[in-house]
Design a binder for this molecule. Structure first.
Ligand code: F6P
Length: 746
């Protein structure tokens, strides 16, 4: 088939080539004929001149003597030359006085050229063509006249015919040789092009960089165009997908069914979505304060499958089956939670140590130095391997779709890849990725990067974090990076690095089922013992130094300094869920926070109405939601944050289209929620001013801003986040299948 195609391709060149050569031959042959004739005539002229010069003197003498016999004998001797056919002598009066017997009868003295321009000519006689030349002879006495030299030119015809034959032969040989070369080159080129296009279809250049071996040099100028075309098709398809799809749990389910043929999803994270704890003999279920859980849990409910996580609750072991599994959510079971157990020592090294004393401050530029210990690293490696083994146990095929979550599992993608080479591994990094210099201080930087490059797709919240990651890999690993398509190739493994801004579920779970905002606000104010017209600000965070809570408190203090009329009229509620409190850094942070709260409240508490209400305890999502609805302003002042879902939750909570969001410019959310009052949390006055502006903002402006932010969170919800990753994964799987199929075609 390939041979036939390359022959067809060759014919496209050969047919015009043969036709052109034929036309060229037709044009060339008469030209060469004419040229030949001219050369022959010139030769004959020279020859005639030579003979005439030789005969001139004796002939003039004999004519002067009038010796006819001697003249005839002279002429007869002269025509012994094989080419000279005949000689004659014409008098000036036009009478043929002497001639050899061979002198053609058809030639008369008149026909002999006699003008001054030409002294010879070719005459076509019945016997054949002859060359006739004349040479004027002036004897001292006797008749003056011309010596007529007649040369046989039949050899010219023979030679012309031969030349014609050779020229035609030359053109035929030329045609044949060129055709053969063309067929050969066309065959090779066809083969090369096919290989190149095949490489393209396998995803090279788009999903992976072109390898110089797979694309031959003739195709190189086309590579750019092909890549652009493929990418624009991909982008168009993505855009079409994104703009036409309203992302919901149902869309996600359909996508899984259609694009991933109902593949079971396996999620891996450190934090579990439901924690069972023992409260004096009573088993309670909690939802942890975790952006990761907030985002991934609704996706899991939509997709089903298995979520593998650390079982850290005091009653977790009591609630699982023999395979350490429990169906969740507890009130409406929809997916499996597979718990992994860690000893205290393991948790200390892997979670508290390497993940949260090393990786966490390493990725968050928040002025807390990372600490790296070999013992922590060893636990980190060990626990990553334990989760990889659990993935293999939970997978029901050799190519499952695995969603690896966050910095606790940088090594996991590489480990899964070793155990299940055909798995589609989507890793999502929930925290920022630092610049190469900052990351470079990690003693195990190469191992971590190699582990992450086991992923098929590696997702970050923002393009900026993707760029940092690509630069880090470029700095510390031997890889090939295709910046245009954002892919990294290492030892035949391709990783696509893409930004997928995370979000929350839409519509929110309580949609349409909550009392009006005014009622909730009134209830909260009563619970807090505050008057009905008290203005409220809210901050919801884990007790973490990256969240900018100290900076936020400083801004509250400054705002009250600048606007004393609000002292006693405004309270800022800070919910700080206890987090990683086994770590010194976190304990110190908590101490500082309490001290700051105390100092500010000492200055600005009026009639029992505190400026800051610090609630350092866990709150379930529905409780948090009440505070969102009650507060006039929500403050998110992270010093560095991958996304920050509190910002989006606040927007989702405000179905009354009121409320103002003060948002740190160092969060991923600031890339999406433009209508927030965006601040630099390190700048106390700027943040204080934004808080004040939020409190006095007219209702119509609040509505405009909130409406626009709600549309953004609605359209770019968490189903879209997961859907885009799964769509990309489906495309990669399709490409791999196609590549495998094409690879088998001979
Ligand atoms: O923000 C990073 C992150 O790991 C999230 O993924 C998660 O929501 C949060 O921190 C909670 O951390 P932890 O699991 O340590 O309580």
């Amino acid at each position: 088939m390939t041979g036939f195609r390359s022959l067809k391709l060759s014919l496209r060149f050969i047919i015009p080539l043969v036709v052109s050569l034929g036309l060229l031959a037709i044009a060339v042959v008469p030209l060469v004929d004419k040229l030949n004739l001219r050369w022959f005539v010139r030769d004959m002229d020279m020859r005639s001149q030579l003979i005439a010069n030789t005969l001139h003197e004796p002939l003039a003498e004999l004519i002067g003597q009038g010796n006819k016999t001697k003249i005839n004998s002279l002429l007869l001797r002269a025509i012994k030359d094989e080419r000279l056919l005949a000689l004659g002598f014409c008098s000036d009066e036009g009478a043929l006085l002497y001639r050899t017997p061979t002198f053609p009868k058809s030639i008369s003295c008149e026909e002999v050229p006699s003008d001054s321009k030409a002294s010879s000519r070719i005459l076509r006689l019945p016997e054949g063509a002859v060359h006739v030349a004349r040479h004027h002879i002036v004897p001292e006495t006797g008749a003056k006249g011309d010596l007529i030299l007649v040369h046989d030119t039949s050899f010219m015809e023979r030679r012309s015919a031969d030349t014609r034959k050779y020229i035609i032969l030359l053109f035929v040989v030329l045609g044949l040789v060129t055709s053969l070369i063309t067929v050969f080159v066309a065959h090779l080129s066809w083969h090369g092009w096919m290989e190149g296009v095949r490489a393209m279809l396998k995803g090279e250049g788009l999903l992976k960089p072109f390898s110089p071996q797979s694309i031959n040099s003739e195709l190189q100028p086309l590579v750019g165009d092909l890549k652009t075309l493929m990418r624009s098709l991909d982008a168009e398809r993505r855009m079409a997908d994104d703009s036409t799809i309203t992302w919901s749990p149902d869309t996600l389910r359909k996508l899984l069914h259609k694009q991933l043929t109902g593949e079971k999803i396996i999620v891996v994270s450190n934090r579990e979505p439901y924690i069972h704890s023992n409260n004096n003999g009573e088993i309670e279920v909690h939802r942890p304060a975790s952006g990761l859980v907030t985002a991934v849990e609704p996706v899991m409910r939509a997709c089903s499958g298995t979520w593998i996580a650390h079982g850290g609750g005091s009653a977790d072991r009591e609630t699982v089956d023999a395979h350490d599994r429990v169906m969740v959510p507890p009130d409406k079971p929809e997916y499996n939670l597979r718990r992994i157990w860690l000893t205290e020592e393991e948790e200390k090294g892997y979670y508290y140590g390497f993940s949260n004393e090393g990786f966490w401050p390493l990725c968050h530029i928040a002025h807390v130095r990372p600490v790296f210990r070999t013992s922590d690293w060893e636990q980190y490696v060990k626990i990553n391997q334990r989760f990889a083994d659990a993935v293999v146990t939970e997978a029901d095929s050799d190519n499952p779709v695995v969603l690896v979550q966050d910095y606790h599992f940088a090594l996991l993608p590489g480990m899964i890849r070793t155990l299940l080479p055909k798995a589609t591994i989507i890793t999502f990094w929930h925290i920022p990725w630092p610049n190469p210099e900052s990351f470079g201080i990690c003693p195990w930087r190469e191992e971590l990067l190699k582990g992450m490059l086991g992923s098929t797709i590696l997702g970050f919240h923002t393009p900026y974090h993707c760029k940092n990651f690509l630069e880090t890999v470029d700095r510390y690993l031997e890889t090939r990076i295709e910046h245009e398509s954002s892919t990294i190739s290492r030892r035949g493994q391709l990783t696509m690095v893409e930004s997928y801004p995370i979000s929350i579920q839409w519509p929110p779970p309580w949609h349409g089922a909550l009392p009006p905002v005014e009622q909730t606000r009134a209830e909260i104010l009563t619970e807090l013992g505050l008057p009905a017209d008290q203005l409220l600000g809210i901050g919801i965070d884990r007790m973490d130094y990256t969240k900018g809570i100290l900076e936020r408190f400083n801004a509250v203090e400054r705002m009250l300094e600048l606007h004393p009329e609000l002292v006693g009229r405004f309270s800022f509620i800070q919910i700080a869920a206890p987090s990683r409190s086994a770590l010194e850094e976190y304990q110190a942070f908590e101490t500082r926070l309490y001290a700051l709260e105390k100092r500010i409240n000492a200055r600005f508490t009026r009639d029992g109405r505190a400026a800051i209400i610090l609630k350092a305890e866990h709150h379930e999502p529905d409780q948090v939601n009440r505070f969102y609805r009650a507060a006039q302003v929500c403050m998110v002042t992270s010093l560095h944050d991958g996304m920050n879902l509190v910002a989006k939750e606040y927007v989702a909570a405000r179905d009354d289209e009121q409320g103002v969001l003060v948002l740190s410019q160092f969060t991923g959310a600031a890339n999406e929620l433009y209508e927030a009052l965006v601040v630099n949390p390190y700048h106390v006055e700027q943040t204080a001013e934004a808080l004040y502006q939020g409190l006095i903002m007219p209702e119509y402006e609040q509505q405009e801003r909130m409406r626009s932010m709600r549309a953004q969170v609605r359209d770019f919800n968490v189903y879209r986040w997961a859907g885009r990753m799964l769509l990309d994964a489906a495309r990669v799987r399709q490409r791999e299948k196609l590549a495998a199929r094409i690879g088998r075609v001979p």
